[in-house]
Design a binder for this molecule. Structure first.
Ligand code: F6P
Length: 403
């Protein structure tokens, strides 16, 4: 067992649900083993400036003040990537900061960018454990925050349906997720969305339009109060038929080097309106249903709603509280047992599973076979429906527990 007396905990990247659970999990496991756990504030900015900071120690009373079920992080975040800092002595500076505070190792919660810094720090002789965290869910392991975001997307989408239905409007709900569609996909399914658009499937807007037209009109014809709607959940990184994504953000890349994505909801609305305005069927249908008003109401309206930071704010799902506590607690045990440079996969009984962080941070995308499965259930993904050829197999050994 390593002689560890004090650990630092860092949360980094975009915030989300479950981060406070990582902190309380690490601090509580630390208390159990007489190890002090200190918060290093504001992500890697705090780590770099450690020698100037006074740190808060997570003793029992301080831990008690943190509510694991609240999203965001008591430790604060910054979009600072150590590798981007132009200071050749940066790792020496970090090491001397750690030494000043007598910190023997680090527990770092974050996504792929954060994880790549964990790899760098470890290679520079700093013992650290990565707790997977990203609402984008695009790591090889489950990442804390994913489940909370999925549930929020499903809830907000469901709630928006009431206004869509009341005004007979189609709604395009744009959600975060960057280059992967995991949370749009799961959240959209959870909300019974009619269409789900994700970066993994290049969208043919004519196909989306035909699905919208058929579904909307069908709903209208079967409504005894002449109501209809159509719900699209779209990931911000949705791509066109030619594989290019849309963004109206001209501010360039963020400090991690990512293009900021925004505005795809409006873009999708305009695509649908383009096809709708050339389609003479609408007049007949709306007239027959008594909605048509010359020059005023000639087509159904479409509105876009960007959920933005709402999908990662507010509350944390119970699943993420439990997983976050596992991640924080397991990280302490791994460091105590001389394991470092790895990412926590989870706790199963007395087994603490982990993989090298360099492996864990490889991008993972939505499985297109699974997309085909949901296409069989009638959800449109903006492409021709693929045939789905199920294979049947009995699981022997470990059972996969989360998506
Ligand atoms: O990576 C998490 C994420 O929420 C992405 O889905 C999104 O594109 C980005 O962060 C938004 O970043 P910021 O909080 O810096 O606006």
């Amino acid at each position: 067992m390593a002689k560890i007396k004090k650990l630092g905990v860092i949360t980094s990247g975009g915030d989300c649900g479950g981060l406070n659970a990582v902190i309380t999990g690490a601090a509580s496991m630390g208390l159990r083993h007489n190890i002090e756990v200190a918060i290093i504030p504001n992500g890697y900015a705090g780590l770099y400036n450690l020698h100037n900071l006074d740190l808060v120690i997570m003793d029992g009373a301080r831990v008690d003040k943190i509510h694991s079920g609240v999203a965001g992080s008591e430790a604060g975040h910054s979009r600072v990537k150590i590798s981007k800092i132009k200071d050749e002595q940066k790792y020496e500076r970090i090491k001397s900061g750690l030494k000043k505070h007598n910190i023997d190792g680090l527990i770092i919660a974050g996504g792929d960018d954060t994880g790549s810094v964990v790899v760098d720090l470890y290679n520079n002789g700093i013992p650290c454990i990565h707790v997977p965290k990203t609402m984008d869910l695009d790591l090889q392991t489950y990442s804390v925050g994913g489940d909370s975001t999925i549930n929020r997307i499903a809830r907000f989408t469901d709630e928006l349906r009431t206004t869509g239905l009341t005004h007979n409007r189609a709604l395009v709900i744009e959600v975060f997720g960057r280059y992967a569609g995991h949370t749009a996909f799961r959240g959209g399914i959870g909300a019974d969305a009619d269409a789900i658009l994700i970066p993994e499937v290049n969208v043919d807007y004519e196909i989306l339009y035909q699905h919208f037209k058929k579904t909307y009109i069908n709903r209208l014809l079967h409504s005894d109060v002449k109501g209809s709607t159509y719900i699209i959940v779209a990931a911000e990184g949705v791509k066109n038929k030619d594989g290019k994504y849309f963004t109206d953000d001209t501010s360039g890349v963020d400090s991690f080097g990512h293009q900021r994505l925004s505005g795809v909801g409006q873009y999708i609305r305009k695509q649908l309106e383009h096809y709708m305005k050339q389609d003479s069927d609408w007049k007949e249908v709306l007239q027959k249903e008594g909605i048509y008003v010359e020059n005023i109401y000639t087509f159904p309206e479409i509105r876009e709603v960007a959920l933005g930071h709402l999908v990662r704010a507010g509350g944390t799902s119970a699943y993420d509280v439990a997983f976050g506590k596992q991640g924080g607690g397991a990280a302490v045990l791994l460091l105590l047992n001389d394991v470092a440079g790895v990412t926590v996969v989870g706790v199963e009984g007395n087994e603490i599973a982990y993989i090298p962080t360099a492996e864990a941070i490889k991008q993972r995308y939505v499985d297109l076979e699974e997309v085909s499965f949901y296409e069989q259930l009638g959800i449109c993904f903006g492409r021709d429906i693929n045939t789905y050829k199920p294979e049947f197999k009995q699981h022997i050994g470990k059972i996969h527990r989360y998506m």
